[in-house]
Design a protein around this ligand. Sequence first.
Ligand code: HAM
Length: 419
Amino acid sequence: MSQKFHAPKGVAEYVPPESGRFLAVKNALSQAAELAGYSYVELPIFEDTNLYVRGVGESTDVVSKEMYTFDDRGGRSLSLRPEGTAGLVRAVVEHNLDRAGLPVKLWYSGPFFRAERPQQGRYRQFNQVGVEALGSEDPALDAEVIAIAAEGFARLGLTNFRLLLNSLGDSQTRVEYRGLLTAFLSTLDLDDATQQRAQLNPLRVLDDKRPEMQQKLADAPLMRDVLSEAASDHHEAVCEYLRELAVDFEDAPRLVRGLDYYTRTTFEFVHDGLGAQSAIGGGGRYDGLMADLGGQELSGIGYGLGVDRTLLACAAEGLDVGAERKCQVFLVPLGQVAQTRLVVEAAALRRREVSVDLAFDDRALKGAMRAADRTGAKLAVILGDDDLAAGTAVVKDLSTGDQQTVALDALTDSIQEML
Ligand code: HAM
């Protein structure tokens, strides 16, 4: 008996035509990083579980509740990557990429995994394009990273998004702030789980999205009020560069992020057409992560942009991304001899960078021409027995309906001229 299967619950899966749009979004976001001198890295999809416990933080929801963790056959605990920064920093340290010249600028793209409750825009397998720059504390680099994320969105034509910007302070600020926040939290009536969280990392409590908690936290002290002079100067400089770059931002002193490694600059891009899952990207600086993962004490900054949510944002704005035609030329053989000839012509045209598809299974002319229309091709080439005997082929312009007869031996040249 046969059995029908479904994709696992909550995974983002794309089939044509949506998959073409997905690819266009991913490419636009990646190109912005390439244009800024970031080099591509291909990193593993699973890593040592402890890398995330150490790097992302055991008090985070991402690590404590949402990781897909399993033992491999050698009894090692591995986890599907819930995010990209920890793995990338691990790779920089492992391959000594920080010994060549600083900053090290890298980008990555691919699937990530979080066992979240699935809903529109929130998936268990989702996709990010990210960049990380390590080894420079220059606030101009913070601004560059933010600006290329904004540029990626702009390349797609998106306009209805906002950039929220905050500073989470440096190590000096955080010691002081932690004390203040712990004292404040001790005055609140908190449930056991939240109290536990407050002990592990009081900053995490600020990330609690429940409305009753947000109400209780309304008077919580702000990191902003205790920023060290150095952290404050850094933040101001980042803001100034962003103004120079004409990248609009909103000051968001209450913005906290879901991962523990952030220090100083933190940001999130939110799209106003997406409802609850509005964050289309986010990132920030991480001063201690590389040293925590056994490397030099170098600061880094980066972002992860959500490809799936960016695609939803494009749909919300009615943007027709990735709608280019599937192929430029469609070949219609009528009969076996014609098919053999056109299979060869197709290969020759593809070698000349012309995108070509052809009709299979001995399609009748009418059905084949409908298939040609569906591909969005500009030209159709029709080759029947009479044409073969005459050494010619018929080339039809599918937008105007004009037809011409061309010499079969010069088909590839003629088509290139007509495109
Ligand atoms: P993040 O904010 O956790 O940051 O994720 C970045 C983006 O990934 C989010 O803004 C969102 O668009 C997308 N995303 C996250 N979870 C889901 C989900 N379940 N379904 C769909 N999309 C999702 C990071 O991951 C950091 N590593 C970013 C970073 C890089 N910070 C510094 N460098």
